[in-house]
Design a protein around this ligand. Structure first.
Ligand SMILES: CC(C)(COP(=O)(O)OP(=O)(O)OC[C@H]1O[C@@H](n2cnc3c(N)ncnc32)[C@H](O)[C@@H]1OP(=O)(O)O)[C@@H](O)C(=O)NCCC(=O)NCCS
Length: 203
């Protein structure tokens, strides 16, 4: 499926996107707070792309390439840690350095919010930010994500163990947010493994 907004589109990555992913994800500033990267060779994004379809089918991860009007990839966003029973998942986003501070993150969250709350029937989107990732924390807070606390020793990056700040965005907070008014269209159907409530209210 695809989510289409005013200037950005979320679509599944394919092997044709490996060079673009390599270019974006080989920047150490971009991957500084991640367990992976910076990418050193195309084998790494190729391995990532090759896992995506299976992860979608199994309900493990629903990742999208973020592409601009010109069709060029600018980053990745997606859902993980899905719980059907609790109708929640976690959103994560990374953008190529050139698109930081451009509003692309806000539009990306508008697209993901529509998908998560409107199409999939989720009630809660969580988000994590490394305790030292001040930019990510500020970005989440200005979009309305609520700071909940610190998860101690939550992520392992090689031998480094990291504490993370946990945020949440609830369905009604999204509905009240200006991001819910961003015009978004969906093309195609979500992967069945991610559908939590088929009776989710349609806007
Ligand atoms: C996290 C990310 C998606 C946010 O997108 P973005 O376009 O950079 O975010 P925005 O510019 O909309 O918001 C960042 C905010 O942090 C502020 N900021 C920037 N540097 C900061 C710093 N060192 N400390 C505190 N705030 C900072 C900015 O001023 C901005 O706030 P404002 O718009 O109110 O002025 C992007 O920076 C990114 O891809 N980073 C690398 C990957 C990553 O860390 N992803 C998050 C994983 S949790």
């Amino acid at each position: 499926m695809e989510m289409i907004g005013p200037s950005l589109r979320l679509r599944y990555a394919t092997t044709a996107d490996v060079p673009a992913l390599l270019a974006l994800g080989s920047d150490p500033e971009v991957t500084r707070f991640f367990s992976w990267g910076p990418y050193a060779s195309s084998a790494e994004p190729a391995s990532y792309v090759s896992r995506l379809a299976g992860e979608r089918d199994r309900g493990e991860r629903l990742d999208f390439l973020i592409v601009g009007r010109d069709g060029a990839a600018i980053g990745v966003t997606g859902l993980s840690e899905l719980s059907h029973r609790d109708r929640r998942a976690v959103v994560g986003t990374w953008l190529g350095r050139a698109r930081w501070g451009t509003g692309a993150n806000a539009e990306t969250k508008a697209l993901i919010g529509r998908l998560a709350f409107d199409r999939l029937g989720l009630e809660r989107l969580g988000a994590y930010a490394d305790v030292e990732n001040d930019r990510s924390q500020a970005a989440l807070e200005r979009l309305g994500f609520v700071h909940e606390g610190i998860l101690r020793r939550w992520h392992r990056h090689g031998e480094r163990v990291r504490d993370v700040v946990v945020y949440s965005w609830l369905r009604e907070e999204w509905q009240r947010s200006p991001l819910a008014n961003v015009p978004v269209t969906a093309s195609g159907e979500p992967p069945p493994a991610f559908l939590c409530a088929t009776a989710a209210p349609r806007r």
